[in-house]
Design a protein around this ligand. Structure first.
Ligand code: NAD
Length: 296
């Protein structure tokens, strides 16, 4: 069993670290928020005084932080995690960050002689708790092979997407599809309402026909047809509108840099920005149906 440093013990990192503890690893955690540290200690993690102290002597370091800026600030410089790590320590960044920062993370790790993987996740807090996340990884074959047994303790599907940054690229492409498809499904339900169609009738047809997709079959944005969807609990997240907007901004930033035409992705980002600006940042992203209905 290894010593694993876990930096960022928030909504996702807390339960992910707990699954590593459950598997018998020594997990040394660090977060800037005392409540996150206390919660991790209650679930069996050792608490370090600083991120650098958590990393010293660890075989693996997992970071689960808000953005690329946070990740690069944590790893860089004389007081950063790369400088504190033993030679050969494997760095796995599971945060959702921009592709450019992910590539910078890999370049700086390589310059420090450290193996690295970008390995963002899908599956939300429920998947983090249950250990059923999907990991999409970018990095060398060797780094992926070393990380795989650790990732398998936190997830049930682990995909090696390619070289440095490929995991983040897959994550933002997937979530661009999700943002677009959720808006499409919401517009269809609102149009159906205007045409006198019941929610159940539209669900029964579309969920088994060519309109089927995760946004309708698994996460239906109206109450009733899928009892587990956030629509049945007044759109409490789930996956918040703020996180959806974050991911859509990442995909639009990447599309601008790479020169991809993503007109629907751009529109989805605009609609989620307007939904968030109306005070809905903390509501589930499927709640945008209420906002679309109110404008109909
Ligand atoms: P969160 O805000 O709950 O947790 C982030 C944690 O990082 C916080 O506890 C914060 O105090 C800590 N932190 C920030 N800077 C730090 C530093 N320098 N050192 C140590 N700790 C630091 O966010 P979350 O929901 O856990 O999300 C984490 C990442 O996972 C984000 O990139 C997010 O986009 C991604 N993600 C979230 C979800 C979700 O459903 N919540 C799903 C998939 C991916």
């Amino acid at each position: 069993m290894s010593i694993i440093a876990f930096i960022g013990l928030g909504n996702m990192g807390g339960p992910m670290a707990a699954n590593l503890v459950k598997a018998g690893h020594t997990v040394r955690g660090f977060d800037l928020v005392p409540a996150a540290l206390e919660a991790a200690a209650a679930r069996g993690a050792e608490i370090a005084d600083s991120a650098a102290a958590a990393v010293r002597g660890a075989a693996v370091v997992v970071t689960m932080l808000p953005s690329g800026r946070h990740v690069l600030a944590a790893v860089e410089g004389e007081a950063g995690l790369f400088a504190a790590a033993e030679p050969g320590t494997l760095f796995i960044d599971s945060s959702t960050i921009d592709v450019s920062s992910a590539r910078a993370f890999h370049e700086r790790a390589a310059a420090a002689g450290l193996p690295s993987l970008d390995a963002p996740v899908s599956g939300g807090v429920g998947g983090a708790e249950a250990g059923t996340l999907t990991f999409m990884a970018g990095g060398s074959d060797a780094a992926f092979a070393s990380a795989r047994p650790i990732l398998e303790l936190m997830g049930k599907k682990i995909v090696h997407c390619g070289e440095a940054g490929a995991g983040q690229a897959a994550k933002i492409c997937n979530n661009m599809i999700l943002g677009i498809s959720m808006i499409g499904v919401c517009e269809a339900f609102v149009l159906g309402e205007k045409l006198g169609l019941s929610h159940q009738a539209l669900f029964d047809v579309a969920s088994t026909s060519s309109g089927q997709c995760w946004s309708i079959n698994t996460y239906c944005p109206v109450p009733g047809p899928v009892p587990t969807s956030p629509a049945n609990r007044d759109y409490q997240p789930g996956f918040s509108a703020a996180l959806m907007l974050k991911d859509l901004k990442l995909s639009q930033g990447a599309a601008d840099t790479a020169g991809a035409a993503t007109a629907l992705g751009a529109t989805a980002a605009e609609l989620y920005a307007a939904y968030e600006a109306d005070g809905n940042a903390g509501r589930d992203f499927s709640g945008i149906i209420e906002w679309i209905r109110a404008r109909s």
